[in-house]
Design a protein around this ligand. Structure first.
Ligand code: AMP
Length: 284
């Protein structure tokens, strides 16, 4: 595995790698890798792609009062995990190369960035779309892998790839969870033991609603109420919404298309997000 820190070196290394005729699979991350990230790497490896992982804690997607400075980092451990997992190139750009002085061009996502997390994290998805498109331009992957845990991010990146004519297949990988159901996230490490136990209300609520859905319930309010029964115990609920899988607009009445039940909630001062997909054939 090669660890690379500049776009120029990356281009050179990729030219060489592409000569093997293989496709390039790309996994963008902010590092401090866990099994959720590694599932994306495995998905890329399983397709026989040359796997490129990036690690970049992107300042433009953090709000002024968010955890940019305290965001966990352990580069050497990440490097070892990538090496062991068969990653071919680990790309760790510096902030000063990603955003050199004078940088002023951003990618601004539209309606998809407005609901859910977008309503509470102004500018977040603008930062995400900007860095992902910059990374796409640097890596020029054939396929890129994103986790379903960041459901709105997946929708925005898919839309961006279409709108900006990026010849990149976007693959969504299911959320990897701890054995008790908590969605893996770097932010879980902020939770004290007692908070960690209470955080389970989030996945339990989502699973209870999904069970209800799979046993035939289609009423939007009823499904949300089932989840809310459990999730009510969080310290602060930002949103609990049943939205259309593609438009991310809230559903009313009954579920007639594939949808997603999405939640963002605080346990103590830690903000956690999670979701479940409620699948339905489009026409039903
Ligand atoms: P992050 O480092 O948090 O920006 O995440 C990098 C990528 O890993 C994103 O596509 C995330 O959606 C994905 N990811 C993070 N946590 C999980 C998880 N628990 N399961 C699956 N994918 C995840």
């Amino acid at each position: 595995m090669q660890t690379i820190t500049t776009a120029a070196e990356l281009r050179h290394a990729l030219e060489h790698a592409r000569k093997s005729g293989k496709r390039v699979g790309f996994v963008p991350t902010m590092g401090y890798l866990h099994d959720g990230h590694m599932a994306l790497v495995e998905a890329s490896r399983a397709r026989g792609d040359i796997t490129v992982v990036s690690i970049f804690v992107n300042p433009t997607q953090f709000g002024p009062n968010e955890d940019l400075d305290s965001y966990p980092r352990d580069f050497l451990r990440d490097e070892q995990l990538c090496r062991d997992a068969g990653v071919v190139i680990l790309f760790a750009s510096e902030v000063c190369e990603m955003y050199p002085s004078g940088f002023e061009t951003f990618v601004d996502p539209g309606e998809l960035a407005k609901p859910l997390c977008g309503a509470f994290r102004p500018g977040h998805f603008r930062g995400v779309a900007t860095v992902v498109s910059k990374l796409f331009n640097m890596v020029q992957p054939d396929v890129a892998f994103f986790g379903q845990k960041d459901f709105q991010q997946c929708a925005i990146v898919r839309r961006m790839a279409i709108d900006l004519n990026l010849p990149i297949e976007i693959v969504t990988v299911p959320t990897v969870r701890e054995t008790d159901g908590l969605a893996m996230s770097n932010r879980n490490r902020y939770l004290a033991d007692e908070e960690r136990r209470r955080a389970l209300a989030i996945s339990r609520g989502l699973f209870a609603a999904a069970d209800k859905f799979h046993s035939g319930e289609r009423g939007v309010e009823n499904l949300i109420a089932v989840a809310r029964d459990q999730i009510i115990t969080v310290d602060r609920l930002q949103y609990l919404a049943l939205v259309d899988n593609l438009t991310l607009q809230p559903l009313e009445g009954s579920v007639r298309r594939t949808s997603a039940l999405c939640v963002a909630a605080y346990i103590g001062s830690t903000r956690l997000i999670d979701n479940v997909i409620l699948p339905l054939p489009t026409e039903s």
